[in-house]
Design a protein around this ligand. Structure first.
Ligand SMILES: Nc1ncnc2c1ncn2[C@@H]1O[C@H](COP(=O)(O)OP(=O)(O)OP(=O)(O)O)[C@@H](O)[C@H]1O
Length: 344
């Protein structure tokens, strides 16, 4: 009993009835804080979660960017018909054949556009020399397909496929534009195309030209014809019948210096402007100096010349053979893929 009273006294003095709830509140408050902290702690993401979240955000951004890009592409999309009118960058600087030009013109007209460059089918005189090259290439490949390089190159057959065909080159000496027969800018129309039998090159030089320029033109004409129509018309062996045909070397060709350098050095690099004769002249005076001779112990072997294109190989070989008055395929030969004419 005593104990009980004491307790009640103590309780009465120290406001014992209020204190316990206070303590419990404090404890409760502390618990709440702890819970919040715990919750916050739970809200703090782990490293892997953060990484995942970052990834998701990035993916979202990427998808957004992609959709924007697709939208832009759709906006500037080229219609499918226009694809056929586009040309590959590989064809830059490549001369189009008449057939290709015609095909393009048809495609352009189908698309309701005017043909490219306002020079559709008619051959431009300035580009004719390039066209000749392209034509040569085509003829050459056609020739190869039709088995054997001994097949004559028939200009007539090629020409008949086109409405009009003119072979023109620009003479840098006289400044004249010359055609196959030496006259100014001739053109074969389909009607007046020479047939296979009569496509012999005519070396008639109009009398209006001076003798000097006539000789020069005739030589050019002949060489041009030689390039175009070898077996059917031009026998390169016969060119020696024309004593004036062999062009004089450019007077500026420093033959002596080059020969001296070649004799003294094991390697010589010759630099010169285009057309100065590095390809056609140097081999000639090497040949004349005895290089490539079977009889020479030191200088025997071959004088080799490389060219990047097969048409250039053929033209160079023909030119050198022509200027030296030798036979192509004997003393002067050439070798390209699928074709080889080298003397034994
Ligand atoms: N097949 C050919 N038909 C007509 N003339 C030609 C022929 N090949 C060369 N020539 C003439 O001979 C000259 C010398 O030409 P060549 O090819 O030897 O010059 P190049 O210095 O080798 O030129 P590049 O540096 O461009 O190859 C040229 O001015 C050119 O007019």
């Amino acid at each position: 009993m005593e104990v009980h009273l004491e307790i009640s006294c103590v309780e009465g003095d120290s406001n014992a009835l209020i204190m316990p709830p206070k303590n419990s509140n404090k404890r409760k408050g502390m618990n709440q804080e702890q819970e919040v902290a715990k919750k916050n702690k739970n809200l703090q993401l782990s490293k892997s979660q953060k990484r995942k979240l970052k990834k998701l955000e990035e993916e979202k951004e990427r998808t957004l960017l992609l959709s924007k890009s697709i939208e832009t592409l759709e906006k500037y999309k080229i219609p499918e018909e226009a694809f056929s009118l586009m040309q590959s960058s590989r064809n830059i600087c490549r001369v189009e054949t008449v057939k290709e030009k015609r095909r393009m013109a048809v495609q352009f007209s189908k698309a309701g556009l005017s043909p490219q460059g306002d020079q559709p089918l008619k051959r431009n005189h300035e580009t004719a020399s390039f066209d000749i090259e392209a034509e040569l290439d085509r003829i050459q490949s056609k020739e190869m397909n039709e088995k054997g390089h001994s097949q004559p190159m028939v200009i007539g057959r090629e020409v008949q496929n086109h409405a009009s065909f003119s072979l023109v080159f620009h003479d840098p000496v006289s400044g004249n534009e010359l055609g196959l027969n030496g006259s100014s800018v001739p053109a074969f129309s389909a009607g007046e195309v020479p047939n296979e039998d009569n496509c012999t090159p005519t070396l008639e030089v109009p009398k209006t030209f001076s003798q000097a320029s006539s000789d020069h033109d005739a030589r050019k004409t002949s060489s041009l014809m030689g390039n175009l129509n070898e077996s059917s018309t031009v026998d390169l062996g016969k060119t020696s019948n024309f004593p004036d045909f062999s062009l004089p070397r450019p007077p500026t060709t420093p033959t002596v210096e080059i020969m001296e350098a070649i004799n003294e050095q094991s390697t010589v690099i010759i630099c010169g402007e285009t057309g100065c004769g590095k390809t056609t002249q140097v081999p000639q005076f090497l040949y004349e100096a005895g290089f490539g001779s079977k009889h020479s112990v030191v200088r025997n072997g071959v004088i080799g010349v490389t060219q990047p294109r097969r048409v250039a190989v053929l033209a160079t070989a023909r030119r050198v053979a022509f200027e030296l008055g030798l036979h192509l395929g004997k003393e002067v030969g050439f070798q390209v893929r699928h074709d080889k004419r080298i003397g034994r």
